[in-house]
Design a protein around this ligand. Structure first.
Ligand code: SAM
Ligand code: GLN
Length: 290
């Protein structure tokens, strides 16, 4: 691997040469622009204006190493240690899922439909992207975020500081109702969750960079019950969701109907509906408690 000179346009040629065949042209352009923007503190949209700029040796090494890691299919956000979500910057690492665009849509639905609500619980918070975005969006929202992973919670707490919001964090296992009910205090107007929803058999269909680098604890639901997390969270609503409160899920389109049927059959909700994401896939559930 060789870069022709320390001018940025040669670094761009280098990225294209090294990464073509692994990623398409558009992806390489976006990864290059993101890397340059991150390491050189140049706005993303202005990177092209700096093609003739020269970079110093330490900048060159950082940008070169980033390309080497991209060749190994490490996700760019983990290489940079940063991901953007709902207009905010989040630290990310191997203990947390990289926030997805469809989850931004979920946050958008929640903020639009929950203006009068006060208390929010995010189950399986990971990087904290949902909980922190809600708290940042509306200063009146009081948000609690929980996760079974201590390392994820540490990352989420750092992200709350970084984005200057105060949240309550609780380490707990949502699959154990008794433990959950004692560890998570009080009840809430809104419960939101993007739980692990990929069946282990579906693992072969995941992109290699997701499979090799993202936390399996965040992605996979173990065993034969593919809606286990949704059943447990629905059951928890009987004690943890206030009357008139709302439940929001991000869903796997493959099991969306099954989740809807379970939530309806619980008898706790007066309304319950599935919503599509921008790509037309059935992706969210919204329900209102009696
Ligand atoms: N909320 C983040 C987002 O939307 O990007 C992360 C969602 S990730 C799909 C699921 C999260 O659930 C992970 O952070 C994982 O650690 C957490 N989790 C997995 N099993 C759990 C359990 N039994 N109890 C609580 N959280 C759990
Ligand atoms: N949307 C993520 C993916 O496709 C999975 C998130 C989840 O399991 N909740 O990789």
């Amino acid at each position: 691997m060789r870069v022709a000179s320390n001018q940025l346009k040669h670094m761009s040629d280098f990225y294209h040469r090294e990464l073509s065949g692994i990623y398409n042209e558009g992806e390489i352009n976006a990864m290059y622009q993101n890397a340059i923007s991150h390491y050189l503190h140049i706005p993303y949209a202005e990177v092209h204006k700096h093609a003739n700029d020269k970079i110093n040796q330490s900048e060159l090494i950082l940008i070169y190493d980033c390309c080497k890691k991209l060749r190994e299919q490490q996700p760019l956000q983990y290489i940079l240690g940063e991901a953007f979500f709902y207009g905010l910057s989040f630290n990310v690492n191997a203990h947390v899922l990289i926030p997805r665009p469809e989850t931004e849509e979920l946050v958008d639905i929640v903020v639009k439909n929950c203006t009068g609500k006060k208390t929010f619980l995010d189950i399986g918070t990971g990087s904290g992207c949902i909980a922190i975005s809600l708290a940042k969006y509306n200063k009146q929202f009081r948000v609690t975020a929980c996760d079974v992973s201590d390392q994820a919670l540490q990352t989420a707490a750092l992200n709350a500081q970084k984005n200057k919001v105060e949240l309550k964090f609780t380490e707990t296992n949502v699959l154990n109702k008794t433990e959950f009910e004692t560890q998570v205090n009080g009840s809430f107007d809104v419960i939101v969750s993007n739980p692990p929803y990929i069946k282990e058999e579906e693992a072969t269909q995941l992109l290699p960079n997701v499979m090799a680098h993202e936390p399996h604890l965040a992605l996979f639901v173990k065993g034969s019950d593919d809606i286990l997390f949704y059943r447990k969270i629905t059951d928890i609503c009987s004690t943890k969701l206030n009357s008139g409160g709302s439940l929001y899920f991000e869903l796997n389109p493959l099991t969306a109907q099954k989740v809807l049927e379970y939530v309806e059959a619980s008898g706790q909700f007066k309304t319950c509906e599935l919503l599509k994401d921008l790509s037309g896939k059935t992706r969210f559930l919204q329900a209102t408690k009696h």
